[in-house]
Design a binder for this molecule. Sequence first.
Ligand code: GLA
Length: 702
Amino acid sequence: MAWVRLDGEALTLVFALEMGGAADCIYLGGRLPEGEDLGALAAAAARGRHESQPDAVPVPGLLPERKAGWSGTPTVRLVDLDNPLAGEVTTDFRVRQWDASERELWIDWQDERLGIAVNLWWRIRSGDVVRVTCDAVNLGKKSFSLVDQPALVLPIPRRFTGLTTYAGRWAGEMRETHRTLAPEGFAARSGTGKPGFGGGNWLMLDDPASGEVLAAHLAWSGDYSARIECDLQGQGDGRAVLQMALGGGAAGVSLNSGTDLDVAEAVFALAPDRSALGQAFHAHARAEVLPDRAAWTPRKVHLNSWEALGFNLSEPALIALAEDAASLGIERFVLDDGWFGGRRNDQTSLGDWFVSPDVFPNGLAPLIARVHELGMDFGLWVEPEMVSPESDLYRAHPDWCLHTPGRERPTMRGQLALDMARQEVRDYLFERLDTLLRTHAIAYLKWDHNRDLFPSAPRQTEGFYALLDRLRAAHPHVEIESCSSGGGRIDFGVLSRVHRVWPSDNNDAIERLRIIPAWSQFLPLEVLGSHVGPSPNPITGRRLAMDFRAKVAMFGHMGVEADPGRMTDKERETLAAHIALYKGWRGVLHSGQLHRLAHPDPNVAGMMVTHEGTALALVAQTAFSPVFDAAPMRLSGLEPQARYRVTLPQPWPPRAKHYLANPDGWRAGLTLSGTALMTQGLALPLTHPETAWLIALERLPQ
Ligand code: GLA
């Protein structure tokens, strides 16, 4: 038996490896001292055999399989295509070689009789995020089908007994559900051809005793399966095992002789608390996932036409909207759906990516020129992977959509999905998008995907990536947003190719106070589109004051998705003031460390970003407080001994400002230590529903 340790900044992983046998991760936790006796560590974790176990206790380890009596789902599930009725093949993978350095371990297993090799590669990367890839190769003569393509196998340390999952719905993404990890385990799948709203590609475990958290994510924009099995029968070593795989129940992937499957990748991170966990994922996304992140310019304030005009587009209406937008301080004008072909409603014309002469008799050029004159750049909505049956594209190529020959072609939102595995489909889409980008000054694409994929299409995601990669290579300066009816396709696979995601179609600020903190557990604020919507909100019907909507929208990549022409002067003034505040603070919000703030009232939400001695917090009350004076808001992430100048950036919330004890004092600002701010906090009027405050902090010289 050999032991290998990998060390990150604050993390150690220890593996037990047996040549010709199994491989396991026997320690996953805070960084161990130099010289820790790894043999003793293994001995301290080892257990004797109990009565009802197989005589040789199976070690599911990093490649669980059934051969020795482990009762869970094997990682590599093969069906012999010469004998498909025999069911899944029993595998016998054995470690053949490994290679380790300070931060990386590569293990090669082989089942010699089947001729299948599996390689696992664990790497500790920036933010101490661990990236794990798995690669299956058929070196033999037989052909197999592989049920779900494995990415991550993670034996869960026993201290993690809590589980948070993120299943939501359209307009209600990422709803956190916490439970005790039960013996029955957990399983989630996506079968919609994208991660969808089920959230199972994001999972978080916790140790209730210490608050330590461990979260894992599958970096893949297609179907997934995620499962935690707790070895109910106790035939293995008793630990729960988390497995994440590409797939989701579609007919397996073929692993024919000579096939080397694309590498599937997952990430996980461990941290002392949820804020630190978020910071680890953010650091990693900024350093290694987001395309060329270090070169990003400040995230421009958007105005998106969707909730302002919907399909009621015309050149004069859009120019008026653009003029209103510019007067508020907007920096990018995004023309959403309805600009192409015969697209006057959502039942038609997807695929016909030609500027509509009905809406734009003079083409897009005059609108773009006016947008530029007003000092903004121009963005455009597209939904490339889709086709409407009512379209020129469909009439010309009825076979280009996903379908089963001879069967009905059921639609969703009146549309079908194109078969992205076909080169001619990708070529057509590339030609259309490339032409649009070459012939117009378009700085940004909102790339949407509104239909689930049925019948299922296992190669669709590769086709999507191939088209996106080709377009990005041809137009490297165009920023792209991933939207899928809101947050239906958000993952580190797509995020390595885009600059922004659309977290939800729901712009209601109260809903956003839940949705943004949930996504920001994994994603930094600068990629999370965050728009001020209309009031009443078109999805929830709720009316909210502009002050509240605008403050909430500042924590993200801010935008406006409403018609300023329908706002009162006072609302426009309030909105413009917050857009100016966002511009002043986005450098902090988009590079700093995000902290989740806790408050005894469950209806008070709080988050805060610290960056080089400066910080901005948002605290918001959504309901009516049970007490007259809300408990003080305690801040986080400050240097205990440093002194900070604390101010409440104006405009203040109109009703709540009357309850400030000493407005003049607040106007001048207070000086308090980090310890005072983090221990006692600030007593703010947070008793009325829909009240939000901003808190600004500036560290003073010693
Ligand atoms: C989807 C998107 C919306 C909007 C509409 C346009 O629903 O999620 O933001 O772009 O399509 O049809």
